[in-house]
Design a protein around this ligand. Structure first.
Ligand code: GGG
Length: 370
């Protein structure tokens, strides 16, 4: 399987920082195994920039011609960004990941959170029984290019008693409506067909009621989808206490970021959570990355769970091939291999095991080709 031009799919591979450099080889191991088994032609281009190591040498996260260097890429596979010991986090994030999201108009961030068989769940139901697979299966749809992440504002009168800071949130009708429509479409295709709109309309009394009203307007086009809207504060409590209530959850950029760490944490570990930063129009490449960051506290020991990275690679194959044919088959085979390894082991330490990152990658790749 190739692109419509008969060429291999061009993938830019960006390990980034910290454990991004440890989980990426396992993502590639499984990606290559799946591509070979299902006949998908891939051309992988390894990129060393978009990392704090690069910044230390060049004084910036990416070269000035980064877009030209990515010319012709169909997708980006990204590890993690951030190494606060050398580069402040807001510099590394805005200099790489957020630049990709904005410049490539990756306005949808899809982040599934699912409890797998074999993974001890930290949540219990009202009777004190641990949650079971099937009780937590949600898809968080995060608005990915605007909202609280606009970087508009400034500090004035710094260092004086009049010092103040302003940072604006910006929501455009186009930006909010397209993510709401995408979330409704996702909900429509799922078994439960339910959408929760995460806002905070009592406290943030201009923009959040505006989101609610827009969601209600868009909902008229999706009569088959049931909808509820919840304030973000009680919603987070319900993630923990009643996770079975949630199917698709749509949220602004910041709320979506928080929910997509909390959701996977409720399923036992954030080390399983993948994400897809999508430009659904396909005018620009989309980016696939684990939800987790660079984890400086565990970097260097090869104990990070690579499954979020591997699942992200599966999402990449599915998106590139529009969920059809060999791409969908490869995605499904990777997910089945992940399910089997989670059920039967081996496990990394975040799941109570003692296997290292490489061992998990090998175990999943072996199952993909079996
Ligand atoms: N692999 C994801 C990563 O490195 N995330 C770092 C981070 O802080 N991301 C914030 C965001 O997704 O907005």
């Amino acid at each position: 399987m190739t692109t419509s031009n008969g060429l291999p799919y061009q993938i830019a591979v960006i390990p980034g920082d910290g454990i991004g450099k440890e989980v990426m080889p396992e993502g590639l191991r499984v990606l290559r195994a799946a591509a070979a088994r299902f006949g998908i032609a891939l051309a992988l281009r390894e990129i060393e920039w978009a990392s704090c190591d690069w910044y230390q040498v060049h004084g910036e996260m990416m070269p000035a011609d980064w877009k030209a260097q990515l010319q012709g890429c169909d997708a980006l596979l990204f590890g993690a960004v951030g190494w606060p010991a050398t580069v402040p986090d807001h510099i590394s994030l805005w200099g790489s990941l957020l630049k990709f999201r904005r410049e490539f108009d990756q306005y949808i961030n899809l982040r599934p959170a699912r409890l797998f068989d074999g993974v001890p769940c930290p949540l219990v139901d009202r009777q004190g029984r641990p949650r079971q697979p099937g009780e937590i299966d949600m898809l968080i749809v995060r608005e990915n290019t605007e909202g609280e992440y606009t970087n508009l504002g400034g500090v004035m009168f710094a260092g004086t008693e009049r010092e103040f800071v302003i940072q604006e949130s910006v929501y455009t009708r186009i930006g909010a409506e397209r993510v709401l429509r995408y979330a409704f479409e996702q909900a429509r295709q799922r078994r439960r067909r339910h959408l929760t709109v995460a806002t905070k309309s009592n406290g943030i009394a201009i923009s959040m009621p505006w989101w609610d009203a827009l969601a209600a307007e868009v909902a008229l086009d999706y009569p088959e989808v049931t909808v509820d809207r919840q304030h973000i504060d009680i919603l987070t409590a319900r993630f923990v206490l009643q996770p079975e209530r949630f199917d698709v959850v749509v949220a602004t950029n910041l709320f979506g970021d928080i929910l997509s760490d909390l959701g996977p944490a409720c399923t036992g570990t954030i080390g399983l959570a993948p994400s897809a930063n999508l430009n659904p129009d396909r005018r620009f490449p989309s980016l696939f990355e684990p939800v987790h960051g660079s984890a400086p506290d565990i970097y260097g020991r090869n104990i990070a769970n690579p499954i979020a990275m591997i699942w992200s690679a599966a999402l990449l194959l599915d998106f590139l091939t529009r969920g059809e044919g060999a791409g969908r088959a490869a995605h499904d085979a990777i997910l089945r291999a992940i399910e089997a390894v989670l059920r039967e082991g081996p496990h990394t330490p975040d799941l109570g095991g003692d296997a290292d990152t490489t061992r998990i990658g090998q175990a999943i790749a072996e199952r993909v080709v079996a």
